[in-house]
Design a protein around this ligand. Structure first.
Ligand code: 9MR
Length: 442
């Protein structure tokens, strides 16, 4: 009985103490135990400019506390900002990086020694791996400085504006051109001795509203288009070496011409009219027709070559742009080869345009795995090998559609994660980049 009472007492005590504990958990006024302060950081040495380091503060328990960096021993103090930060050293050497957190009980520090070297020890640049064709990158005018700029200048010798040289941006309202972004991109390319590929004059997916709703006659519409093509191409004559004049004119499924406003207003021969305007505007520019799915969609490829043959019979075309929005599984090398063969047999230049290689087309991964990285490396190598094997006279450029994985259009478009490009979020070249270089090794 005594034991039972005692046991009963223990039970009661247990219940009470649980209740008190539960209350105290729910009571907001009781402060959480403070997170201990741990000062730490990551440092990455850029593989594009080996004098550049990126540091990232990974400390815990430092909310609200002041912190600062020193990139040399007892060197100048740089306050810590949110997110990764870059520092560029003047010369190769060994440097002590210190992160100091001003804690209530005194400063807490973490340090790491880095060795930065000069460029000679870095991987070869893409553009130096071949002198038979240029290597292009899609750019946006606000992604040409800092680490973007380091990579652009070191690795690429051809630029395409990802969206800022399209009609909706350059010609936003009737009679008023806006060349601000286009000029910045073209100036950048010229200054850095790069070719510039103009993309794209006529595309149903990038037209301003006023053109869609054009109030004049069909002849006035055609005159407006001629004026637009002439204005843009003469502005950049001698600087923009090549143009996609018409982009994606073929309807999916039917392989007929899309019923775009251009076709409705200018007729079924609108394409050759636009190429004639372009030829007249800048006779030295190389004129391309650019489209997607040309590798595996046999009907679309045939429709494309019909358009191209018609233009070629009037000496209005110099090359075919096959957009390379592909994935690690598809299309096959034989399918890719087929568009190359058709282009080469016509004596035209081949542009492998808009290259990105999805690694997650079936949405079955949530992070980038080594296996997918290797598959991507292999696919990029295969694509570049096919390109490199064609006769030199048909070569033009391979253009990659964006720099860092996080900057691709594909994530928004498909609404699922992917890592389709050659650099990761920290601007480090991926295996896919190695695959590109491997294809061009002797
Ligand atoms: O990647 C481009 C994206 O940033 C733009 O918002 C979009 C509209 O201008 O165009 C994307 O690029 C397209 C290219 O110009 C033509 N082929 C399909 C590309 C993806 O939509």
């Amino acid at each position: 009985m005594k034991y039972l009472l005692n046991l009963g007492g223990i039970c009661v005590l247990l219940v009470i103490s649980f209740t008190i504990f539960a209350c105290s958990k729910d009571d907001d006024s009781t402060p959480e135990p403070p997170t201990p302060i741990i000062v730490s950081f990551d440092v990455i040495i850029s593989q594009q400019n080996s004098l550049r380091v990126t540091v990232n503060n990974t400390s815990t328990g430092v909310n609200g506390l002041n912190s600062y960096w020193q990139f040399t021993e007892n060197g100048p103090v740089v306050s810590d900002q949110a997110g990764p930060e870059m520092h560029l050293y003047d010369a190769a050497g060994e440097y002590l990086i210190t992160l100091t957190v001003e804690a209530p009980d005194g400063d807490i520090q973490a340090s790491e020694i880095v060795t930065v070297t000069d460029d000679n020890e870095m991987h070869p640049a893409l553009k130096d791996a071949t002198d038979k064709f240029s290597v292009g990158m899609a750019v946006q005018s606000n992604r040409m400085d800092g680490q973007h700029g380091d990579i652009l200048v070191r690795e690429f010798n051809n630029l395409t504006a990802e969206y800022e040289m399209k009609m909706n941006i350059m010609y936003p309202s009737e009679g008023n051109y806006d060349f601000t972004a286009a000029d910045a991109i073209v100036d950048y390319g010229v200054t850095n001795d790069m070719d510039i590929h103009g993309h794209t004059l006529i595309w149903h997916n990038a037209i301003p509203d006023w053109v869609d709703n054009f109030s004049g006659t069909d002849q006035e519409f055609e005159d407006m288009i001629e004026d637009y093509i002439t204005t843009v191409m003469t502005r950049y004559a001698g600087e923009v070496r090549s143009w996609d004049v018409v982009n994606e004119a073929i309807e999916d499924g039917s392989n007929q011409l899309r019923n775009s406003v251009f076709r409705q207003r200018m007729g079924d021969d609108y394409i050759s009219k636009c190429y004639q305007f372009a030829r007249n505007a800048d006779p030295d520019a190389l004129l391309f027709y650019n489209d997607y799915n040309l590798t595996f969609d046999v009907g679309k490829q045939a429709a494309m070559f019909d358009i191209v043959d018609d233009l070629a019979s009037q000496n209005l075309i110099d090359g075919v742009g096959a957009q390379m929005h592909i994935d690690i599984f598809f299309p096959s090398s034989a399918q890719i080869q087929s568009v190359v063969d058709g282009t080469v047999s016509r004596g035209l230049k081949m542009h492998f345009a808009e290259l990105d290689v999805r690694v997650n087309p079936n949405n079955d991964i949530t992070s980038f795995t080594e296996a997918r990285a290797i598959a991507q490396q292999n696919k990029v190598r295969e694509v570049v090998e096919i390109y490199d094997a064609m006769p030199d006279v048909n070569k033009f450029a391979i253009t990659i559609w964006g720099m860092r994985d996080t900057e691709t259009w594909l994530i928004d478009f498909w609404g699922q994660p992917d890592w389709p490009l050659l650099y990761d979020v920290a601007f480090q070249p991926k295996r896919a980049h190695t695959g590109f270089l491997e294809a061009l090794e002797d």
